[in-house]
Design a binder for this molecule. Structure first.
Ligand code: PLP
Length: 393
């Protein structure tokens, strides 16, 4: 009885806590609880729920009941802590967020398993590229970059030339030039969709990076083919919902992984827990999403190829990324991008919603002026085709 009296005295605090919970119910699975609050709430919630249900209504009662039953969740709770208590006086697995955090470690574990290596997350694909270059190269070293790799990768590398990086570009469908210190290919390239000659790349002595953003580990496990590093803009298919900016590097070599891990911790080019948590969520559906992206993209590529207003389709036969050239030049391509309705005229790729844009606006004459890049989403393929058909006129 005395016990219950003490608990009732704590009603105000509990009520305030539950109001917050109710307003955040949709984010319930990701709600962080520190240990102190968690232990008190676990003990008090079943009774508090009965009391407050009458006053605050249904939504709160649902929250209370769920939490009264269990403080864990299927997805695992998102821990946003920047610091964790030492264990018996020493740092444990997690002690300061810049070095590692639980959501990051979980997503890295999952991605590492998919790729067959050790994964590290970065705040974007460009951040992952920067970290990789700076951690493994030094002034005077040369990168051989696939000439039709994502244009931003070339822009980034050129911006590092003033720090002493040397850049040569090559046609990735053949062997890389001799004498490079790092070879960088993209499979398939964005947006020209060429595939690298990976056998030729790994036959030369320099380490090889494969940007597998558009392939994902569902269609390419480049480490098994001798690549040293895989790079992902996880913003794209891995994240898969156009709601998270992230990058990743995966390697097999433990020493390389540790060097990059140390560099990441020192430079602070680290992914935030929220982003990492979203990636962990998304990886669970990666294979089913990629199957659907591929099935729809194959069908659209086939139909576009037969359409009289389309001059050329580039599609490697897998994945959700393709590009096509619209007959009639830049103006005709612009009409297509401004006419789509189901598909959104926007940049980026890899999400559930189909996106389309002309690329010359960004890349200039690296690409044909009438090239339209299409990221095929998860919508009904007939709806997508109807939209493309009306946009092509
Ligand atoms: N690699 C490829 C193939 C990309 O398409 C992109 C972005 O579009 C990047 C890297 C850079 O990734 P992020 O935008 O996540 O920095």
């Amino acid at each position: 009885m005395a016990d219950i009296a003490v608990e009732l005295d704590e009603r105000a605090g509990i009520q305030q806590f539950l109001e917050t919970l109710a307003s955040e119910e949709l984010a319930l699975a990701s709600m962080p609880l520190n240990r102190f609050v968690a232990s008190r709430v676990k003990r008090l919630l079943p009774k508090a729920a009965e009391l407050i249900e009458l006053r605050l209504g249904g939504a709160c009662a649902i929250v209370c009941r769920r939490h009264g039953r269990s403080l864990t969740s299927i997805e695992g709770m998102l821990d946003r802590s920047t610091t964790w208590p030492y264990e018996d006086g020493d740092p444990g697995e997690f002690y300061y967020q810049r070095y590692a955090h639980p959501a990051g470690a979980a997503a890295e574990q999952a991605l590492g398993e998919l790729e067959g290596g050790h994964a590290l997350l970065f705040p974007s694909g460009a951040g992952a590229t920067t970290a990789l270059l700076l951690a493994f190269l030094e002034p005077g070293k040369t990168v051989a970059l696939a000439q039709d790799a994502y244009y931003g990768t070339g822009v980034l590398m050129r911006s590092l030339e003033r720090w002493g990086l040397k850049l040569v570009e090559f046609d990735q469908t053949g062997p890389p030039p001799e004498g490079a210190d790092l070879v960088w290919v993209e499979s398939p390239s964005n947006p020209l969709l060429t595939l690298p000659d990976l056998a030729a790349a790994v036959a030369q002595p320099a380490p090889v990076v494969v940007d597998a953003t558009a392939s994902t580990p569902v269609y390419l496990r480049a480490l098994e083919q001798g690549a040293n590093f895989i790079l992902h803009s996880a913003t794209k298919f891995l994240g898969g919902h156009s709601d998270v900016l992230l990058g990743a590097v995966v390697s097999r070599d433990r020493g390389a992984y540790e060097r990059l891990l140390e560099f990441r911790g020192r430079t602070g080019i680290v992914a935030a827990p929220d982003a990492a948590w979203l990636l962990g969520r998304s990886l669970q559906t990666l294979d089913v999403r990629m199957e659907r992206h591929t099935a729809s993209a194959r069908e659209l590529a086939r139909r576009l190829d037969a359409h009289e207003a389309v001059e050329q389709v580039r599609y490697p036969g897998f994945g959700g990324l393709m590009s096509f050239d619209v007959a009639g030049g830049a103006e005709a391509a612009r009409r297509v991008e401004t006419s789509v309705r189901t598909i959104t005229n926007a940049t980026s790729l890899g999400g559930t919603h189909s996106l389309l844009e002309t690329r010359a606006r960004w890349e200039g004459d690296r690409v044909p002026e009438n090239l339209v890049r299409l990221s095929v989403g998860l919508e009904d393929v007939e709806l997508l085709w109807a939209d493309l058909e009306q946009a092509l006129g």
